[in-house]
Write a protein that binds this ligand. Sequence first.
Ligand SMILES: [Zn+2]
Length: 364
Amino acid sequence: MNKAYKYRLYPNAFQRELFTKTFGCVRFIYNRMLEDKIAYYQAAGKMLTTTPAAYKKEFPWLAEVDSLALCNAQMQLQTAYRNFFRDNSIGFPKFRSKKAQKNSYTTNCINDNIAIIGSCLKLPKAGRVKAKFHRQIPKGYKIKSVTISMEATGKYYASILTEYEAEVPAISLDANKVLGLDYSSPHFYVDSEGYAPDMPHYYRRSESALAREQRKLSKMVKGSSNYQKQKKVVAKLHARIRNQRKDWQHKESRKIADNWDIVCVEDINLKGMAQGLHLAKAINDNGFGQFRTYLAYKLAERGKKLIMIDKWYPSSKLCQNCGVVNTELTLADRNWVCPSCGEKHNRDHNAAINIRDAGLRMIA
Ligand SMILES: [Zn+2]
């Protein structure tokens, strides 16, 4: 199993410069290869396969940074590009902008080139970078890769992906301990028991503070030192909200994993939903996809199961009492009465029951 640990880094001047250079090279190679792939596709209608090595002659400065970081950029591009070939409607992968909120690169652990030594993280090319290890990586966990990032706040982080042999308890799953979860924008989720958590809306709570700081920012002269300072204030607020949200999701997913043996969720395309229904803000606020990831590994650690229900399953429109599909139901209908059996439904609770039952059928 895999687990990631994120630590704050305190690079020295040389290391900061190297990181900046690496972020730039990774972005450059990604964009350059994409450009060549698009040109080739438009000329030949086929997929061009290239490697970063092919560019090192023309751009010798690429050799100054961690070559594994360049390989990872190539791999990320390949994944994006293959998705394009699988489904043309997605469009070409996008170029990476310099203005991106976050600068990052990923490198892999090969022959102990990455290691934790005292209070430092040893990295290829950068050497030992000071770090704050607030949480220890347990013994026996192997480092697979590290993603170095610089956030808009100017802080540096290392996200260390580890692999470990899990001692999964062999438990027999209890068919009475099956829970269905339906994503619900006001409550985060509603479960098949009718429970909806009281999700603290950190974003909304901090929204007025954020709006105030953003208003200040908009009145400043772009590029001035005050503007740069204020930008960091705004970024810090965003980061704080993100962390609070993560903490809450960890606690909530742990509770569910402790109490239930099998959890069923819908495999919904939140991104598509966010674009289509202008729910982007609510969904970004909630981060249901991230929650599902936490839930999946917390259940797996306990020898339990997360079941994904096909996203085309009509969980909302199906009456869980008589099985009739109510095609008249619109997104605005939060409560409805079954036209066939007359049962009164809360939209999300009904959906959660259907998701649970669909999961039960899958394991039967
Ligand atoms: Zn009915």
